[in-house]
Ligand binder design. Structure first.
Ligand SMILES: *Cc1c(COP(=O)(O)O)cnc(C)c1O
Length: 228
């Protein structure tokens, strides 16, 4: 427990330090703690250390944790950051606050239709495959703006921005190059009048580069919870 709290402190200070280097206010970067594969008790430890936003990759695993932590449901935001198949949209629309991995219109339409009316709109990012990463998920860069515009029209969704998962590289120059491309898309969407505020990129190994390239939400797993 002390470890997770300490790790969170280290990650928060990495964010602040990176912000300093580019004169951004630390509050302009939101920390999403990626808890996939770790048990609900670890999420609770992080919550007790002040963390409120959690990211999960696998729908069933996330539903189990959401239910184990139902007593603090109102104080937590659950973000789906893993690939979403169309036969899994209903539980996601019912249980999550955010989905970062909308990569085709059909998924977005289903999420909008299935989002319960008593809940606020589902907050979504369109995932763009900006660097042809091996994960195969994310829409093609050439189709991203049109998809984002279509998603923005759906009644039960709120388009928040763009998510990307550049291929990992230990080389900061390569990291910067890939992250910069995501930023270019984000700026392009805004120039086209889309009301978006979220640039979701940056993981444990490229957090600094992501913040320097303008990330507004970083998704950090290993540096908080340990190796999977
Ligand atoms: C696992 C995962 C992360 C966190 O990665 P770490 O390297 O553990 O920080 C972030 N984003 C996505 C989409 C992930 O699947």
């Amino acid at each position: 427990m002390a470890t997770i709290a300490n790790n969170l402190e280290v990650v928060r200070s990495r964010i602040s330090q990176a912000c300093l280097t580019v004169q951004r206010p630390p509050a302009s970067v939101t920390l999403l703690a990626v808890s996939k594969t770790f048990p609900a008790e670890n999420v609770r430890d992080a919550f007790n250390a002040g963390q409120k936003l959690f990211g999960e990759n696998y729908v069933q695993e996330a539903l189990d944790k959401i239910s184990a932590l139902s007593d603090i449901r109102d104080q937590i935001q659950w973000h789906l950051i893993g690939p979403l198949q169309s036969n899994k949209t209903r539980p996601v629309a019912e249980a999550f606050d955010w989905v970062h991995t909308v990569d085709r219109l059909k998924i977005a339409q289903r999420l909008s239709e299935q989002r319960p009316v008593h809940l606020p709109p589902l907050q979504v990012c369109v995932q763009v495959n900006t660097s042809g990463e091996d994960s195969k998920s994310g829409c093609a860069p050439a189709e991203a703006l049109a998809l984002a515009q279509a998603v923005a029209q759906l009644p039960r969704l709120k388009l928040r921005g763009i998510m990307a998962l550049p291929a990992p590289s230990p080389d900061p120059a390569v990291q910067h190059e890939a992250l910069k491309q995501v930023r270019v898309h984000f700026d392009h969407w805004r120039q086209h009048g889309l009301d978006v505020d979220t640039l979701s990129m940056g993981m444990s190994n490229d957090l600094e580069a992501a913040v320097q390239e303008g990330a507004t939400m970083v998704r950090i797993g290993t540096a908080i919870f340990g190796h999977r």
